[in-house]
Design a protein around this ligand. Structure first.
Ligand code: MG
Length: 304
């Protein structure tokens, strides 16, 4: 028998989950959390508590949670680059940073064509070192998550930072509010969420799928619609399934975009991340609480 937090939409979901593995609440006390990123060398998970202007660290060796960085420039999405360095999006600083090995926090993008970015939201790094990030306006729409300001760009794009030149190029300019993003296992596809329904009546609440052609994207068809809330952030497992945030928990989509199962969570989920020594534990950013469960499939050991 499967525990009741696992909801099946397709029998295939059974191969990905563990029937007797419960949903654990690891820590609570946040305003709302985002941006989980796993660091295998140190066996810890970093995540953002956006309104509290801090980053937290879950230590997998003893289960403790402590403040990693405060203030954090209202950090949101975080990831790990191929060298293992922390890459973060910041609402207040309106920038993307990389934390170097000596601890220096270096801004790697804060403008596009001379105008300030809106408020970078989520980020992934491809194996060639290119940094791909989304730039909706949530952090400049309100003081709660950043600081209210006018958009200098006047639109919400997806950008790529070139690993050699450091140049920032717009790679998708037809989004309402681009949000989470993740590569397929072989990096031939880039999935990008649009949460534009937060601002536009009847607007997008879906994930689009692009084909990666070097430094450019092609295609961009709608891959899946969210049936409850938003696909804010998500991650791909090594079989190509997407584990996506939603208002009711985590939705698991197969590589064709079909909803095959759900992990019900007591709070709204903003993002997820694979981690643990075997990369088979799904960490879940659930509003005020960090949750986790073990799965029968592991995540990609890149760009956690
Ligand atoms: Mg997001």
């Amino acid at each position: 028998m499967y525990l009741p937090h696992l909801v099946f939409e397709d029998r295939a979901f059974g191969a990905l989950v563990l029937p007797n593995c419960r949903l654990e609440a690891l820590w609570t006390g946040a305003r709302w959390i985002e941006g989980p990123a796993w660091f295998p060398a140190g066996r810890y998970l970093l995540f953002s508590d956006i309104p509290e202007d801090r980053m937290m660290r879950y230590d997998d060796t003893d289960g403790s949670v402590s403040v990693f960085r405060s203030p954090s420039q209202h950090s949101n999405g975080n990831t790990r680059d191929p060298q293992g360095r922390l890459v973060s999006c910041h609402h207040l600083g309106r920038c993307v940073t990389r934390t170097e090995f000596d601890g220096t926090v270096r801004v790697i993008a804060d403008r596009f064509q001379g105008r300030r970015l809106n408020s970078p939201n989520d980020v992934v790094v491809s194996s060639d070192g290119a940094v791909w990030f989304t730039d909706p306006t949530y952090g400049i729409d309100m003081d709660y998550e950043g600081q209210r300001a006018e958009s200098e760009i006047g639109a919400s794009h997806v950008y790529r930072i070139d690993p050699d030149s450091g140049d920032v190029a717009a790679v998708a300019t037809d989004f309402v509010k681009p949000n989470g993003l993740a590569f397929s296992p072989d990096e031939s596809l880039l999935y990008i969420a649009d949460t534009g329904a937060s601002h536009v009546e009847g607007g997008p609440r879906h994930i689009r799928r692009f084909r990666v052609r070097g430094d450019r994207l092609q295609g961009g068809e709608v891959f899946a619609e969210c049936s409850n809330g938003f696909f804010d952030g998500f991650r791909c497992d090594r079989l190509g399934n997407l584990w996506c945030s939603s208002a009711e928990g985590v939705h698991c989509l197969n590589p064709e975009g079909a909803l095959i199962g759900r992990i019900m969570v007591p709070e709204v989920v903003a993002n997820v991340c694979f981690g643990g020594p075997k990369m088979n534990r799904l960490f879940i950013a659930g509003s005020t609480t960090l949750y986790a469960t073990f799965l029968n499939v592991s995540g990609l050991n890149v760009s956690g």
